[in-house]
Design a protein around this ligand. Sequence first.
Ligand SMILES: Nc1ncnc2c1ncn2[C@@H]1O[C@H](COP(=O)(O)OP(=O)(O)O)[C@@H](O)[C@H]1O
Ligand SMILES: [Mg+2]
Length: 399
Amino acid sequence: MDIFQNPFVPGAGVQPPELPGRHDLLDLARIALGRARAGRPVKSLIAIGLRGTGKTVLLQRIRAMADTDGYHTCFIEAHDGARFAEIVIPHLRRLLLEFDRLGALNEQVKRGLRVLKSFMSGFKISYADMSLELGVGAETGSADSGNLEADLGDLLLAVGRAAAARQTGVALLIDEVQMLGQRDLSALIMALHRCAQYAVPVILVAVGLPQTMNMTGQTRSYAERMFEFPAVGALNRTDTNQALTVPTGRQGVSWSDAALERVWLDTAGYPYFLQEWGYHSWNVASGSEITVEDVDKARAAAIMQLDENFFRVRFGRLTPKERDYVRAMAELGPGPHRSSAVAALMGVRVQALSSYRSRLIDKGMIYSPEHGDTAFSVPLFDRFMKRIMPDWAPGSVGG
Ligand SMILES: Nc1ncnc2c1ncn2[C@@H]1O[C@H](COP(=O)(O)OP(=O)(O)O)[C@@H](O)[C@H]1O
Ligand SMILES: [Mg+2]
């Protein structure tokens, strides 16, 4: 069918034509945003899921919701090697300047700007034009210790008070939150804790990989009280059908039951894969119904695209030894697997593999759902590993 009319959109962070299976999560966010605006205690949200499950698009929707709700929002993508202090400053600066323009001179807003300035000096961050633009002096003794845990609390509190003075709220939206690392994430948790104590309208909605759960460190007990950790996973059968049939239905195209069944078996309901299967099935279909033959014809192209765009980048970042480890895991199936079982298959002792395992965790390739267990952060990665290293046998990788 006409590729130009194809409604499916495989691709990171691209809004799907239909977003089934996420109503509960969106409701949770709606309620949290509403309550925070009203100065009520709320739990911030950190939604957890594997790659390609739709976390980024969900966060974008929540941001739109917050915007509509009258919030001032910061959408932050955490990344490797960047300190949170550095990433967050331009965002908070923008917010404070927005607050400043919202009405007559306001002491809370001015103070917010002063605290931001001292925060920057605490971290020896100077953006030449930025301090001039702020038009205020720093507030000595606030947020300028250079210790993120203390300073971020001062800063968020000051920004929250400025927001309250303008009858608005601040929504921090953080994508790839696991990239903050344990130290910065803990500092953020403690900062939000202070905001909650003073009931200022600052709320965090974050999304990240499952390893986020192991990163709350010392602040774990706070995190458990202050956050909800809803899961973003594969869609169930009904939602999977909806993700496929609603977008094509708008163009008068349906799916046969057998075709839907086939996509379900191939994709296990993982959102990214559904878009890929939908996209290629549409392209090969010719009538007003997508048939199981179409799906069968489309499969090779869908898998090739997935391998190219989704799996291979992650695979490319692994050393031969790490590949060996991951391939051994794949041999055991989708997982999770005991580390001891992986070691046994490879014919070595667990300790001999522990450094590879931790590096794979650092790279976001695998995570530990429970002590001694190992699972893939990318859905269906076991099948990919078997495709890309078909002739593997234990001990076949040298080095
Ligand atoms: N509920 C859903 N139903 C169908 N497709 C979805 C859904 N959520 C996300 N997608 C699609 O899945 C793909 C990956 O989404 P993305 O938000 O980038 O995932 P993540 O951030 O978890 O890696 C995109 O093509 C997106 O359109
Ligand atoms: Mg994402």
